[in-house]
Design a protein around this ligand. Structure first.
Ligand SMILES: [Zn+2]
Length: 71
């Protein structure tokens, strides 16, 4: 039910090669296997997606605990 809860949140990814700050939505990242910076550096988003899942899980647990307070 809460899957995709964070899809609209945006995160900033700093390119390790050129230090460019890339702002991407979590939903967008989740749907990419990888993406490339303008400088040509490629990122693998699988690890990122795994981290997002962990965050989502904890948010979901929190949401369950405070479920009665949600509006
Ligand atoms: Zn770059």
């Amino acid at each position: 039910m809460l899957n995709g809860l964070l899809d609209k949140c945006e995160i900033v990814i700093v390119c390790p090669q050129c230090s460019e700050q890339l702002v991407k939505s979590i939903g967008w990242l989740r749907n990419q296997g990888q993406f490339a910076c303008d400088c040509g550096a490629a990122f693998d988003t699988n690890q990122l997606a795994a981290d997002i899942r962990k965050v989502e899980k904890s948010v979901e647990d929190f949401g369950t605990k405070v479920g009665k307070l949600r509006h």
